[in-house]
Design a binder for this molecule. Structure first.
Ligand SMILES: [Zn+2]
Length: 220
């Protein structure tokens, strides 16, 4: 899969499944609000479930219930899934470290019910915990690309906190901060960092070298 020209949301991971958007239903004055679903209000979790069942189906409601459970009581990954996650994480963590970024704590546990994905959880430093995942059926290089993209969003949040340009990683060829895009090449055989501005592959993901550091805001 390629993501040429795809604009990413640098402030927050986009909710790629509707259950993320509605998973945070909060009760204000005894009302349940559905995040991005048109502002519908419900008097109870059961009423919300009934509405969701009608509009999105039983399977969705069941997954939402299971996700709530997992959030309270995360499930440790089995060894096969943990190995998939570790393999996809290694190159991305290498590149974070090589560019002077902090590393989050990695938890090999699922807090979301997504049978089509291998889920993990990252936390800290100084950040809210959040889920990461790779598609179970994707080739390994594509899984690396998926995680790289998720960590770009995470890194952007870290950099904002540090009052730096929320762009990671950056291309060293430019005076202005130019971010790199995570892509795959040769039929998903290789995951690479690409500069859209230079129009070239800068490095395989996992092989960024020291010196590709993020820059302070206003730096050149
Ligand atoms: Zn460039």
């Amino acid at each position: 899969m390629r993501s040429v020209g795809k604009k990413k949301d640098r402030t927050h991971p986009a909710p790629d499944q509707p259950d993320q958007a509605v998973g945070s239903a909060v009760s204000g004055k005894g009302l349940w609000r559905l995040g991005d679903n048109g502002g519908a209000h419900f008097r109870s979790e059961a009423e919300a479930d009934a509405w969701l069942r009608e509009h999105l189906g039983e399977e969705f409601v069941e997954r939402r219930r299971r996700s709530r459970e997992l959030l309270r009581d995360p499930q440790a990954l089995d060894e096969a899934d943990a190995a998939v996650l570790r393999a996809a994480l290694a190159p991305v963590l290498h590149d974070l470290a090589a560019t002077g970024m902090p590393l989050p704590e990695i938890r090999e546990e699922a807090r979301e019910a997504r049978e089509w994905a291998v889920c993990g959880w990252i936390a800290g430093p100084g950040m809210f915990g959040q889920g990461i995942n790779v598609m179970r059926n994707s080739p390994p290089a594509e899984q690396v690309r998926q995680l790289a993209e998720q960590f770009q969003n995470w890194a952007a949040d870290v950099l904002v906190e540090a009052r730096r340009e929320p762009v990671w990683p950056v291309c060293q060829e430019h005076r202005v901060v130019q971010g790199l895009e995570a892509e795959t090449r040769d039929d998903d055989q290789f995951a690479v960092w690409v500069c859209m501005s230079c129009d070239r592959v800068i490095a395989p993901i996992g092989e960024l070298r020291k010196g590709t550091r993020s820059r302070p805001v206003g730096g050149g």
